[in-house]
Write a new protein. Structure first.
Lengths: 417, 240
């Protein structure tokens, strides 16, 4: 039979906690634990998300660079195209072109990179229009466009970022050069210009490219880079091929196949130091586990101590007519309020620091593709560890103590001595 | 045991017959209550005396239903207490008995009023909004109306014990069991506590107050004095 009401339990629990210094200190410790736990989980999950995005979205992680097979008629190009999972192959001469654009101003140096654009290499999500192999002089640029060589650095000036939506449909001009060899070195010979219309936008954070990279049709890249080579474009030396594979999982199969066909040491264009990633993840997981067990041990210790400190009060409650169920309910709610308060305070501190860091230190990381966010699953997991586990522990301890006799609890002797 | 005179205005609230209670230690069995029979009625202050280890506290714990007995029968407010489960015993305690302890057992984190309100949380008969008024009335009765908002550590020992008495009265029980209520107090405070306890036996709603005490001072206020010796209760009606 339970008589005591939840509202009374809450009201008296809050009243008793108000003046209890020990309660406040412990609350502070638990709030700190909540903060650290949330921090650890958020860091780990953002890191994993970043790594996953990098691997899955950036084409460099599923592109192989191979040397040409000089024994084959077309350097082995047709053989590569026939390999299963290969979605595109092109000469590495045409991978990208660094050019000077008319965005050059006091704010920017105007240098942008034009990437080889094909159905296989273009970003999946494009706002506006895309292009196909027949199109020329069109470009797909970043939503947050930063036409400067500074774009590769981490600290971008937010105020200088151009809104891609304002640029849709507008043209920009690039300048590129032909070269001659003066006997000592290659020198600029003649300047050429070319205009591109921005027909589409992409989110460079999603595909992990810098904010000054635009995709243009393959033929435009070929034209620009052929002008820039000293060789005769028709018979230019092929230094290698970029082999685009359909997914990261098939890269090693394609690499094996290339080796079988006689291509020497195919290498993945962008590779990740997995040992470092694994070390960081392992460290995160160890820290999170330590904090989690710390919280559980602290909960056990605190709840046990809290209930032991209240032994006489529990005895008095039983003597006054509170049933065991009333007492279990009362102390369960008392501990629930404590853990909820610790969770709320810790979470607010975490949220405040998160917002402050995001607005300041971490802000520049956003433009280099590191999107920091809070995961709901982390909040739920922290809630589970801080609130649910400690509530379960409290039920155990309360049940244990209410099984004792009232005489033992009130501190009375078995017989007066 | 001398047969006590029964005042028809008063009603018998505790009737213990042939109560046996013993404890087993490692080496031997200690008899605490040995064929103890006694009746208590409302409107009287009873003193239970005896030397250390005589079983005074065990006795009032037994009649207060916070300790068990080996044999015998016990009636509380005309209800025979036998084979009652914990919930039923809790209900009987809540409705009929108030406890006062030597060390007060007050919650230092609550003020005087909230300490008095606390036992009312399980009394369905008292509406939530009435609790404060009842607590204020009880504190006024204990001459503590100006101390209601004070926290326990801001009160003197005597005041704390009066708060404890007010708390024992919170659910308007007919029986108050006080185990050495003045054990931690000086002479002056002791006197005032006994006076307050005596006061509670007066009037239409006079309580049955049973006080376990070492102090001879209680004899001045008690209507009946019992002494426990060798597990037997020996009566001494002060009214005679």
């Amino acid at each position: 039979m339970i008589i005591v009401k939840i509202s009374d339990c809450i009201s008296f629990s809050l009243k008793t906690s108000k003046r209890n210094k020990h309660y406040k200190y412990t609350l502070l410790v638990f709030s700190l634990c909540t903060f650290l736990f949330m921090f650890g989980l958020t860091f780990r999950d953002n890191f994993v998300s970043y790594i996953n995005n990098t691997i899955t979205q950036n084409i460099g992680f599923r592109s192989l660079l191979v040397s040409p097979n000089l024994e084959s008629e077309d350097y082995g190009l047709s053989k590569i195209k026939n390999i299963q999972h290969v979605v595109d192959v092109y000469s590495s001469n045409y991978d990208f072109a660094s050019v000077l654009s008319d965005f050059k101003s006091e704010k920017y140096d105007g240098y942008i990179d034009l990437n080889y654009g094909s159905y296989a290499t273009l970003p999946k999500n494009i706002i506006g229009e895309s292009f196909d192999e027949n199109d020329r002089e069109v470009a797909i640029c970043p939503i947050n466009f930063y036409p400067s060589s500074e774009a590769v650095s981490l600290g971008l000036d937010e105020n200088k970022i151009l809104n891609g939506y304002d640029l849709l449909g507008k043209k920009f001009e690039i300048t590129y050069y032909s070269y001659t060899f003066n006997g000592v070195k290659a020198v600029e010979d003649k300047a050429y210009t070319k205009k591109f219309t921005i027909i589409g936008l992409y989110n460079n954070e999603e595909v992990m490219t810098a904010n000054n990279v635009c995709y243009v049709p393959a033929d435009d890249i070929k034209e620009i880079n052929n002008v820039g080579t000293l060789d005769d474009p028709e018979n230019a030396t092929v230094y290698g091929f970029v082999v685009v594979v359909d997914s990261k999982n098939n890269v090693s199969n394609v690499a094996n196949e290339l080796e079988k066909l006689g291509f020497m040491q195919p290498t993945v264009k962008n590779e990740l130091d997995t040992s470092l990633v694994n070390t960081i993840l392992l460290t995160c997981n160890i820290l999170i586990t330590i904090i989690m067990f710390g919280i559980i041990i602290l909960s056990m210790f605190y709840i046990k101590k809290n209930i032991i400190n209240n032994t006489q009060k529990i005895g008095l409650m039983m003597a006054s007519g509170f049933t065991k169920k009333d007492i279990k309910k009362y102390y369960f709610i008392d501990n629930l309020i404590f853990s909820l308060l610790a969770f709320i305070v810790g979470f607010i501190v975490f949220l405040t620091i998160y917002i402050l860091l995001k607005a300041t230190l971490l802000h520049s990381l956003i433009y280099s593709g590191f999107i920091i966010k809070i995961f709901i699953i982390d909040i739920l997991f922290t809630f589970f560890v801080i609130v649910i586990i400690s509530s379960i522990i409290s039920i155990y301890h309360i049940s244990k103590i209410t099984n004792k006799s009232i005489i033992t609890l009130t501190g009375g002797d078995n017989y007066d001595s | 045991m001398k047969k006590m005179q029964h005042n028809p205005k008063n009603k018998i609230v505790i009737s213990a017959k042939n109560i046996y209670k013993s404890y087993k230690t490692k080496n031997k069995k200690i008899e605490i209550l040995n064929d103890a029979s006694i009746e208590f009625e409302t409107g009287k202050l009873y003193a239970i005396m005896g030397h250390s280890g005589s079983g005074k506290s065990t006795f009032i714990n037994t009649i207060g239903l916070i300790d068990t007995f080996d044999n015998g029968s016990l009636e509380l407010c005309r209800k025979k207490i036998a084979h009652y489960d914990d919930d039923k015993l809790s209900k009987i305690r809540m409705e009929n008995i108030g406890f006062v302890f030597q060390d007060f057992k007050l919650d230092n984190n609550l003020n005087a009023r909230d300490n008095v309100i606390f036992p009312m949380l399980i009394n369905k008969q008292i509406p939530k909004k009435e609790r404060k008024n009842i607590a204020n009335e009880l504190l006024e009765k204990m001459d503590l109306s100006n101390r209601a908002d004070h926290y326990i550590n801001e009160l003197s020992g005597g005041e704390q014990q009066r708060v404890a008495i007010a708390r024992a009265l919170a659910n308007n029980p007919q029986i108050i069991l006080a185990d050495e209520p003045t054990g931690n107090l000086d002479k002056k405070m002791e006197e005032s506590i006994f006076k307050f306890l005596k006061q509670l036996t007066k009037g239409e709603d006079g309580k049955c107050i049973i006080v376990v005490s070492h102090s001879g001072e209680i004899k001045k206020y008690a209507d009946v004095v019992y002494t426990i010796e060798d597990g037997k209760i020996i009566g001494d009606n002060c009214e005679d």
